[in-house]
Design a protein around this ligand. Sequence first.
Ligand SMILES: NC(=O)C1=CN([C@@H]2O[C@H](COP(=O)(O)OP(=O)(O)OC[C@H]3O[C@@H](n4cnc5c(N)ncnc54)[C@H](OP(=O)(O)O)[C@@H]3O)[C@@H](O)[C@H]2O)C=CC1
Ligand SMILES: CC(=O)[C@@H](O)[C@H](O)COP(=O)(O)O
Ligand SMILES: [Mn+2]
Length: 384
Amino acid sequence: MVKNIALLGSTGSIGVQTLEVIDEHKDDFIVKIISGHKNVQRLLEQALKYKPEYVIVTHEKSYEILKKELSTFPIKVILGEKEIAKVYQEVNLDLVIGAISGAAGIPSVLAALELGIDVALANKETIVVAGNIVKRIQKKTGAKIIPVDSEHSAIFQCLTGHEKAVSGLLITASGGPFRNLSPDELHKVTPEMALNHPTWSMGNKITIDSATLMNKGLEIIEAHFLFNVAYENINAIIHPQSIVHSMVLYGDGSVLAHLGLPDMRVPIQYALTYPERKNNSFPKLDLLKIKELEFLKPDTEKFPCLNLAYRAGKIGYTMPAVLNAANEIAVELFMQKDIGFMDIPKLVEEVMQKHEIVKEFDFKDLLEVDKWARIECKKIKDRM
Ligand SMILES: NC(=O)C1=CN([C@@H]2O[C@H](COP(=O)(O)OP(=O)(O)OC[C@H]3O[C@@H](n4cnc5c(N)ncnc54)[C@H](OP(=O)(O)O)[C@@H]3O)[C@@H](O)[C@H]2O)C=CC1
Ligand SMILES: CC(=O)[C@@H](O)[C@H](O)COP(=O)(O)O
Ligand SMILES: [Mn+2]
């Protein structure tokens, strides 16, 4: 069956790799919608190559340029996501790929789920911030989420058919570029050093999160909601080679693992072709070349973000949204060299301490909480 797809965040790391997967399977997909924010040149090239019906742009300047450049083509360019539900319906979608970074990627995913459209989800923030709301919508519409995040794709593939016998999840983490640094050295690292990920090539925000281990923290919350496993039974394990992408532990003592090269095109392809598994020409794993697979305990004293995420997840309600928003701002501040690397967990923790959780909330309330946490994080930084 040919699938009509919308690729949100087509100009990013996941977006570009998704298009590489589509190039491998040209007859299986029609790109109906692409979207971007500031990377006009790349969005224009993609529009000319894939001829989607819609290009959605969320940045005003980019919109003006694209509208002009694409005026002679049968491609509609729209500014912002207000009309996204209408656009989804008009192009008769089979699958939305959520690959925008940060909380900005949540509304377009929720809109798809509300319409009963399945989502291949890279944007982990959707689950971290709005996990309960997502589940409520899925119950109502039956829309499925097929995880793209490599660890969750691994777990998804190791789970199928045996969900009831699961005793735990082991989420692998590369440990990032600073795994072996001392606490003193960690205080002095720069954004350039943090962006040098040892095994994966990804967008800036998630790469910094890998260095602080916040990425693993967000992934633990993501796994809790996606697979209905209690936090007590989800553990992170450092695996510097990034070959084992995660493991599922079963009550009978079996451990099922998913292995592969650190290449996001593999989980992206699985999410796109699911429930089928297809061949491709991408490089394949040769374990004789890898030789060693190590597994180590994470150091949560040096990398406090992991425990902050457990704390936010266990408190639940609006706290994961606070964790995420404060972290987005702290990472931005670190990237601008306004704060040091070890100030990231400090700021996140302080914002969490100030938050009074709300137990009854809808998505609008979550947006308010997100806004509050961002402002609070900046205020605390100004007082530092
Ligand atoms: N990269 C990876 O390997 C992995 C990523 N993920 C997750 O996937 C998501 C995307 O990550 P990644 O591809 O690395 O990120 P990138 O930074 O590479 O790309 C982000 C995409 O989102 C768009 N974007 C940024 N800000 C906005 C906004 N305010 N409104 C609308 N669109 C916006 C960007 O547009 P533009 O570039 O035009 O400005 C770009 O298309 C994240 O949630 C990440 O955690 C999960 C696992 C692995
Ligand atoms: C590729 C992927 O899924 C990332 O989330 C990856 O896991 C990041 O690397 P870390 O394991 O260092 O967080
Ligand atoms: Mn991941």
